[in-house]
Design a protein around this ligand. Structure first.
Ligand code: FAD
Length: 453
């Protein structure tokens, strides 16, 4: 029986390492092939965003894998959005009701190192410098290339799991075999990372327990804290128009943009010109696939199956939830093709929902967090959440602090949004609302949410 529980994972990034742990802990024989070298030996060189917001879905998966304590030891709490207005005023908009509802900034590299360690401790075999280069699905063999000398290595597999990220090589190989219904929608905006170093006394130079946002309509900056007292700043700009990555081309242009639009951030980023010129601009896109697997031979998860724009801070959290779901389906169902199909049926609608919510959140973050109607609706949302904690849970909270399916959060969120717009129409403050009528609407439209296990 044991030899029938072997699995080959492509990619030892966040999802690959976590899935390897979950399966190895359940007694599976797991081999993981990673294109890059071992970051524990040569330092982490993950090119993308340096820190990530970790929320309840991700933490739940880490708890199951036994990695939550170690990850949380280096995490920085973010209580809410610290909005930086153009005139220099700031306002902390809490994410949840209190400090039990917060998100955590974690360092991508450190997180990956922890996950690799726990995967190895659980018994998974990790193979570095092995980039997937081709798959022979008929003969169930995969070819991996060593980037150091170009040598190729053929490996027999029973099933391949693609945890190799948005540019997945396994997805490309599957596409040559079968139509997966692939569609990529580019956002038309890109991002660049900059850094706020520690203050002169070695501490944080701005409030550490917040996700800072400088919303400016069509574009914005955000900053997340790191445990070494730095902040990773991400500048999001359109690809065309003014300002955009077409008009802001070099360090001097970036300085001029910051002087005009992000004046309070400018003195915090001493190496603005260097960071802007040295760091690549990252593209933002949503990847939709109708099929995530080829019978029992290959399945995709995480960014390889459903890359999304980063504005809900859920890509990794969703990828971790995928890992838990796939491990459970594989345990429950000895027929692997059926397990992969059940995994896809469970996760695909949820991935679609969070992809959509992530797109919507971009508009909300860059354009609405300083808008009066929005602030009134948010105030009502908070009051209704207090008055009806079992029925009215803000969408952000359903996504971030709960684990109910994303699709349910999306659908209830739409009903709640309509209710908020309807109830606040024609009002400038909550004082003039007819609370009996509003409470009746909540009861009529929102059934109590089931409690989570
Ligand atoms: C700017 C930005 C900010 C973000 N912020 C957040 C956030 O705050 N919270 C959040 O939850 N998510 C966030 N995300 C999303 C998050 O980064 C991804 O969803 C997450 O990294 C997906 O994990 P993954 O394991 O599927 O892919 P990846 O993390 O990309 O890992 C893929 C792995 O596969 C390896 N690989 C690639 N090709 C091959 C190959 N041919 N053979 C073998 N190995 C290969 C790579 O080297 C890598 O190790 C953000 C993304 C961006 C771009």
């Amino acid at each position: 029986m044991a030899e029938h529980r072997h699995i080959t994972i492509v990619g030892a990034g966040l999802a690959g390492a976590l899935l390897a742990t979950l399966l190895a802990q359940r007694g599976w024989s797991v081999d993981v092939y990673e294109k890059r070298g071992d970051p524990r030996v040569q330092g982490y060189a993950g090119g993308r965003s340096i820190n990530l917001a970790l929320a309840e879905r991700g933490r739940h998966a880490l708890r199951l894998a036994g990695g939550d304590d170690e990850v949380m030891a280096q995490a920085v709490m973010m209580r809410g959005r610290m909005v930086h207005f153009l005139d220099g005023r700031t306002d902390l908009q809490r994410y949840g009701k209190d400090d039990s509802e917060v998100i955590w900034s974690v360092h991508r590299g450190e997180l990956n190192l922890i996950l690799l360690d726990i995967a190895q401790q659980a018994g998974a075999r990790l193979h570095f410098h092995r980039g997937l280069a081709g798959v022979d699905f008929a003969n169930r063999t995969a070819r991996f290339k060593d980037d150091r000398d170009g040598s190729e290595h053929e490996v027999a597999f029973e099933s391949l799991v693609g945890a190799d990220g948005a540019g997945s090589a396994l997805r490309a190989a599957m596409l040559r075999e079968r139509d997966l219904g692939e569609r990529t929608e580019f956002l038309g905006h890109s991002y660049k990372e900059l850094e706020i170093p520690p203050a002169a006394d070695g501490g944080f130079s701005i409030e550490p327990n917040a996700l800072h946002i400088w919303p400016r309509g069509r574009y914005m900056c955000i900053a997340l804290p790191n445990d070494e007292h730095t902040f990773t700043v991400t500048l999001f700009l359109p690809n065309g128009g003014d300002p955009s990555f077409e008009t802001v081309k070099n360090g001097a242009d970036a300085r001029a943009l910051f002087e005009r639009d992000f004046a309070d951030a400018l003195p915090l980023i001493p190496q603005l010109e260097r960071d802007f010129e040295q760091n690549p601009a990252g593209l933002l896109a949503t990847l939709y696939l109708d099929n995530w697997h080829i019978d029992d031979r290959a399945v995709l998860l995480g960014d390889a199956a459903h890359a999304m724009v980063p504005f809900h801070g859920q890509g990794m959290n969703c990828a971790f939830e995928d890992c838990v779901a796939l491990a459970e389906h594989l345990e429950r169902n000895a027929d692997r093709a059926a397990a992969f199909a059940a995994f896809q049926s469970e996760r695909l609608p949820n991935a679609r929902a969070i992809q959509q919510m992530a797109l919507e959140n971009y508009l909300e973050m860059r354009d609405r967090v300083d808008d009066d109607d929005y602030l009134l609706q948010r105030a009502l949302e908070r009051r209704l959440a207090e008055r009806h904690p079992d029925r009215f849970v803000p969408r952000y909270a359903m996504v971030t602090f709960r684990r109910l399916p994303y699709a349910v959060a999306f659908e209830r969120g739409q009903r709640q949004r309509e209710l908020l717009v309807e109830a606040t129409r024609g009002h400038a403050s909550l004082e003039t609302l007819d609370w009996d009528a509003v409470d009746a609407l909540v009861h009529e439209r929102l059934a109590p949410l089931p409690t989570e296990a």
